[in-house]
Design a protein around this ligand. Structure first.
Ligand SMILES: Nc1nc2c(c(=O)[nH]1)N[C@H]1C(S)=C(S)[C@@H](COP(=O)(O)OP(=O)(O)OC[C@H]3O[C@@H](n4cnc5c(N)ncnc54)[C@H](O)[C@@H]3O)O[C@H]1N2
Ligand code: MOO
Length: 644
């Protein structure tokens, strides 16, 4: 069959997000349906009507204490000097919760009763009417309104429903949200992977969000980029769902025809909002049902879903859209944002010296780990072009504040062992963890200086003394009380294609073979080592092909080497090992932990050192290969040395 050709859609709108949202909310005319469900299953559901108590609680006069039931008026004479004796039918023993038999109207606690014999008791204090009795309806009165409509039922609410014998309750039906993943490249998660094949996981993430927000997700199987098929699935979804979410095909690619299909079988209100990532979102309507076309890139998709699908679900349920807690943070880095669009920036947040400090994570919309790792979202409004380092800004929290407050903020050069350290720390102390941002050794020193991190990992070789770290710390932190803790010795060396086809063993070999070198960013310890090697060999940067090509991590260097047999890099052994590359050791590098004395001596600091020195941690580190944890490390108090 001849397939219809659709033109590429190249230019997207820049509609303000709020305007686009209000438009689809206004167009979302689904009337909420009601269903009766057992109260025991109603957790997290929203009441569709006011709910009234069927019975009172308690539904009889109940003793509130263990003791005796009496007629209060018959005890009025009791006094310390004039004990009163009750016997036979003048009293009866009751326990907490027992019904009070007539004609009694008060309870005396057993501690205040002297039992003379089985039949007789002595009291020395009068009782007041209704003391220690829970009267009928003390808690819930029959016919009282327990909940209005639009109430989100919590665990304690279910208790009230059962106690008041409201055993089936009217709740708002969950809106059915059909989720349609599209793309020829998509495969199920268990499939054999080939280049170009992408595991379909957005659907599962969307389902989770929809469930969390109170909707009922229906995840459709993967639909190929075939307009007729997509059309058929969309039309069917419009019959069976309240809201339709279609994933991918939202942008300008050759197979991105979702927008044309929606326009053909329905109407499109919006294609493109002034917000990133998530810009290419499509908002429309098919046969009266709202359809949200979210971009394929996962982070864009998650945000677009939150912007448009959550408000639709809330409208259907009749509840307000929940707002996230926010916190004011100091920005550890400059943040650039283009005017005219909102920027949603995933942030790491740490709590250092009594203030929240936040740093941006990658802005790439395909990096799901940045969303997973983010503590918060910084939303840069459209009318500003960003923030300067040190500015204060408000951030929406993606994690509980307490979790952020208890984290150790780790800065400087990244090392694989820091993740192991964090997980070991969490094992010992469930409330603790390490949050790290990888900014390089020099930036780590500066973060400690500015009080923006608790610990910095550094490995800076001083070419003049051939010593690691000390001279740098003395130079930049001479006026501060800091500790340099010897942590690791790690092997730095040549990272080379498998089999080392060019036969590289030194910098001179790089020049001789005209290999393409991949460098690290300025300030990185590995770059300083490379410069020293150049210097020792009497070579200059100009003689090295690729000297200007900068990567930001050991793994990024290894990935470059992996892709091209003419490439060589310098880095740590585990990066070479992870990519199945050759490695020739060059130097044993000292990777130390820099921290303020105050942190070193704090509870968190002590806990960190305890774990570093534990046999379990050392064993885990040495298993990676190319590492040795420094035995019996002696922390250096640097300012003292300087002062000497
Ligand atoms: N020339 C242009 N190219 C692109 C533009 C643009 O404006 N001009 N916009 C970029 C932006 S921004 C985004 S966001 C994406 C939107 O892409 P699509 O919605 O068209 O989606 P695809 O191209 O099909 O997929 C992109 C990417 O997303 C991942 N993906 C898709 N579906 C799934 C799924 N179900 N589970 C997991 N991951 C999924 C996958 O990595 C795809 O490669 O377009 C840019 N391009
Ligand atoms: O707008 Mo795209 O949604 O940045 O990744």
């Amino acid at each position: 069959m001849e397939q219809k050709q659709y033109q590429r859609k190249i230019y997207l709108e820049d509609k303000p997000r709020a305007e686009a949202r209000d438009e689809i909310l206004a167009a979302f005319l689904q009337t909420s349906e009601m269903e009766m469900i057992p109260a025991v299953d109603a957790l997290g559901r929203v009441t569709a009507e006011p709910i009234f108590a069927h019975v009172s609680m308690p539904h009889y006069h109940a003793s509130a204490m263990d003791g005796i039931a009496v007629i209060a008026e018959s005890t009025y004479q009791a006094h310390e000097q004039n004990p009163q004796y009750l016997s036979g039918e003048q009293f009866c023993f009751v326990d907490t919760g027992n019904a009070i038999p007539t004609p009694f109207n008060a309870v005396i606690m057993i501690e205040h009763v002297h039992i003379v014999d089985e039949e007789t008791i002595e009291i020395i204090e009068p009782a007041t009417p209704w003391q220690h009795i829970r009267p009928i309806g003390e808690d819930i009165v029959q016919e009282e309104m327990l909940f209005p409509q639009g109430h989100l039922l919590r665990p304690a609410d279910l208790g009230v429903l059962l106690a008041a014998q409201q055993l089936t309750v009217p709740v708002v039906k969950k809106p059915v949200v059909t989720i349609i993943p599209t793309g020829n490249e998509l495969v199920e998660a268990h499939s054999e992977l080939a280049p170009g094949k992408i595991i379909e996981f957005n659907g599962t993430v969307f389902s989770g969000f929809v469930k969390d927000w109170g909707g009922e997700p229906r995840l459709h199987s993967i639909v190929k980029d075939e307009p007729e098929k997509i059309k058929e699935v969309l039309l069917e979804a419009a019959e069976t769902s309240d809201i339709i979410v279609i994933n991918a095909g939202s942008s300008a690619g050759r197979k991105d025809f979702t927008v044309h299909i929606i326009a053909e079988i329905g109407e499109v209100f919006t294609h493109g909002v002034a917000a990133r990532p998530g810009k290419p979102v499509i908002l429309g309507k098919i046969n009266g049902k709202i359809v949200v076309g979210v971009p394929g890139y996962p982070v864009s998709a998650y945000l677009a879903l939150e912007w448009f699908v959550q408000p639709l679900i809330c409208k259907y349920l009749g509840i307000p859209v929940p707002k996230r807690q926010t916190v004011m943070v100091k920005l550890g880095r400059r943040i650039v944002s283009s005017m005219g669009a909102e920027d949603f920036i995933r942030m790491n947040i740490g709590y250092v010296n009594g203030q929240f400090v936040a740093n941006p994570l990658t802005r790439a919309a395909g990096v799901t780990m940045s969303y997973v790792r983010a503590d918060g979202l910084l939303i840069v409004p459209p009318h500003i072009s960003g923030y300067e380092q040190g500015d204060t800004a408000e951030v929406e929290l993606l994690r509980p504040l307490e979790e952020i407050k208890n984290a150790i903020v780790f800065n400087g050069s990244h090392d694989l062992t820091i993740d192991l350290l964090s997980s070991q720390l969490k094992r010992e102390r469930t409330e603790m963890k390490i949050v790290s941002s990888h900014v390089g050794s020099m930036a780590g020193i500066m973060a400690i200086r500015k009080g923006e991190a608790h610990v910095a990992g550094i490995h800076l070789l001083d070419p003049s003394t051939k010593q690691y770290n000390i001279s740098y710390v003395n130079k930049f932190l001479a006026d501060q009380d800091v500790v340099l803790y010897p942590f690791l010795k790690r092997k730095q060396g040549w990272i080379l294609p498998h089999g080392n086809p060019l036969g590289i063993e030194s910098v001179t070999d790089l020049v001789r073979t005209d290999a393409n070198f991949v460098n690290r960013q300025k300030g990185a310890g590995t770059r300083i080592l490379f410069d020293l090697l150049l210097d020792e060999a009497g070579l200059t940067a100009e003689e090295i092909t690729g000297y200007e090509r900068e990567m930001f991590s050991h793994l990024a260097v290894a990935a470059e080497v992996k892709g091209d047999v003419s490439v060589a890099g310098l880095g740590i052994y585990p990066a070479a090992k992870a990519m199945g590359l050759d490695f020739i050791p060059v130097a044993d590098e000292e990777y130390d932990l820099l921290m303020k004395l105050e942190f070193f001596e704090s509870d968190s600091g002590r806990q960190l050192i305890k774990i570093i020195q534990s046999p379990v941690f050392k064993e885990q580190v040495e298993k990676i290969g190319g590492y040795q944890v420094v035995e019996n490390a002696v922390p250096k108090r640097l300012t003292e040395e300087v002062k000497e």
